[in-house]
Design a binder for this molecule. Structure first.
Ligand code: ADP
Length: 482
């Protein structure tokens, strides 16, 4: 039996209070799964504008934090709420000048905003008289907490030997700033090889100072140790490779469940697949395509971004629509870079009887596409974890993916989907052709692959068990060090 741990999640976002990407999903879901394992998890995040304006269930606390900084003691208020459908507390650090702004990120003083937030998050534990066994910091915004704990914090009785886990969600955003930030944080440290003269790189700092480090899939953890995938930090990551882990994100299986999803034309499940046909028809009607069930319906739902493999997608859709793999339909849902929107619009205009491109963000349409399509394309150039392929599998749309990052860890070639390795049109096209061939001529195998994907365990509980193990290792390391 595992001991119950006290864990402080420090994150710039947590859904539903703030979400710009996967980080928000993780910080909004993982704590609940850890709570279900018996841990005392609490989340701290900044009080952005909506919180200051008032959100149901979020109330001010009596505490005033006096946060020590190089600019003197700065006061901050605290709001408290809970993650929906749970008893996981969420604390919001309120400092209007820094956080009550329309956007979550994108300001020139972001390094100071999040340095303050990180330091205030630690001060909060003193105000609450609640000493976490471990701090779980997410992405560069929370890295100052890790750095402070490993340096100045070691002289502070309340923080000595407090373990930290640092999770990399997106290595592309590193939080680079100038050395002055260490005066602000009141700590003394040496520079890292990854930092230029006078520069501080918070992502690098989190990786360097945390007790243990992880990212959101095992394959991505390996890829970021290479010069191709390391965004300049591969050397540092290799230096810490013994302490670097990969844990797949989960899926909110209460929301993404074809047996109960009210957004569908008809619900269905592994044992009763008939319902899929109704979704297919509803989707074809919505897309203005002929109601055919004898040809493969291929789909894609994605941000239209180079990371998502859009360059090789254009060629493959061109081949598909010109009949090189037999008859097929194609539906795309996505927004993003103008060049890729134009690409899909152009292809759709060439093949109006076979293809529709919805160039929008449409959360209501996405479930119908997952439920009504046969194949789901995700040829990403890189993919830390990826959610789309997991949803597709759960809904019985067989994924065709590039075997990178979390895609490599979730889709098994010929078992739950189809994969290719080289980032090249030919390889993508071959994988899609293989998939279409099986769809057309080997229905038994097709149903097997579909069913295998639908019963895979993508629950947050599975992720939480991985994190629990990591926390135990981190806490144990701190107790025998020094
Ligand atoms: P990323 O977070 O890098 O965009 P993921 O695969 O992890 O990629 O998550 C993407 C999520 O966003 C999926 O749930 C997908 O269904 C959804 N999504 C992406 N684009 C759209 C869109 N245009 N409309 C509706 N949902 C979308």
């Amino acid at each position: 039996m595992t001991n119950s741990l006290k864990i402080l999640f420090i994150s710039a976002e947590a859904a539903p209070f703030a979400k710009t990407g996967g980080l928000g999903d993780v910080a909004g879901s993982l704590p609940k799964a850890l709570r279900a394992l018996g841990h005392d998890v609490r989340v701290v995040m900044p009080a952005y504008l909506p919180i200051e304006r008032g959100v149901e269930g979020v109330t001010p606390m009596p505490h005033t934090l006096r946060v020590p900084t190089g600019s003197g003691l700065i006061e901050a208020g605290v709001f408290q709420g809970r993650l929906p459908d749970s008893d996981v507390p969420v604390y919001f650090i309120a400092e209007r000048n820094l956080f009550a702004r329309p956007q979550t990120y994108g300001y020139g003083d972001d390094p100071y905003r999040f340095a303050f937030f990180s330091r205030a998050a630690l001060a909060l534990t003193l105000a609450l008289a609640w000493r976490p066994d471990l701090v779980h910091a997410h992405d560069w915004h929370a890295a100052p907490a890790v750095t402070w704990l490993a340096t100045a914090g070691q002289r502070h009785p309340a923080f000595q030997k407090m373990a930290s886990v640092f999770t990399i969600h997106n290595l592309a955003h590193q939080g680079k700033t100038s050395w002055d930030i260490f005066d602000y944080l009141q700590l003394c440290t040496h520079s890292l090889r990854e930092e230029g003269y006078g520069e501080v790189n918070f992502m690098a700092r989190g990786i360097f100072h945390a007790t243990l480090v992880n990212t959101v899939s095992p394959t991505y953890a390996r890829e970021i140790m290479t010069s191709d995938g390391g965004a300049g930090l591969d050397g540092l990551l290799r230096h810490r490779q013994g302490d670097l882990f990969g844990i797949l994100n989960g899926l909110d299986t209460a929301v993404w469940n074809p047996e109960t999803d009210t957004r569908l034309a008809q619900t269905y499940g592994v044992g009763q697949m008939d319902g899929r046909a109704a979704n297919r028809r509803a989707l074809q009607e919505k897309a203005g395509l002929p109601l055919r069930d004898d040809i493969p319906l291929v789909a894609m739902i994605s941000r239209l971004d180079w990371q998502k493999g859009m360059d090789i997608t254009g060629h493959v859709v061109h081949l598909l629509m010109n009949g090189y793999a037999g008859e097929a339909q194609f539906i795309a849902l996505g927004t993003g870079a103008a060049q890729y929107e134009r690409m899909f619009a152009h292809l759709a205009s060439q093949h109006p009887q076979k293809m529709t491109a919805f160039l929008a963000y449409n959360a209501g349409l996405a479930p119908l596409i997952y439920a009504g399509s046969d194949l789901f394309l995700m040829p990403s150039l890189f993919e830390p974890c990826g959610l789309g392929q997991m949803i597709a599998m759960r809904y019985g749309s067989v994924p065709v993916v590039r075997a990178t990052g979390g895609l490599a860890d979730t889709v098994q070639d010929g078992i739950t989907g189809f994969t290719f390795h080289n980032y090249a049109t030919e390889d993508f096209w071959q994988a899609l052709q293989r998939a279409i061939y099986i769809f057309n001529v080997d229905k038994d195998s097709w149903r097997q692959i579909q069913g295998n994907g639908m019963i895979r365990d993508f629950s947050w509980r599975r992720s939480a068990l991985g994190y629990q193990q990591l926390y135990e290792w981190a806490a144990a390391r701190m107790s025998y060090e020094q």
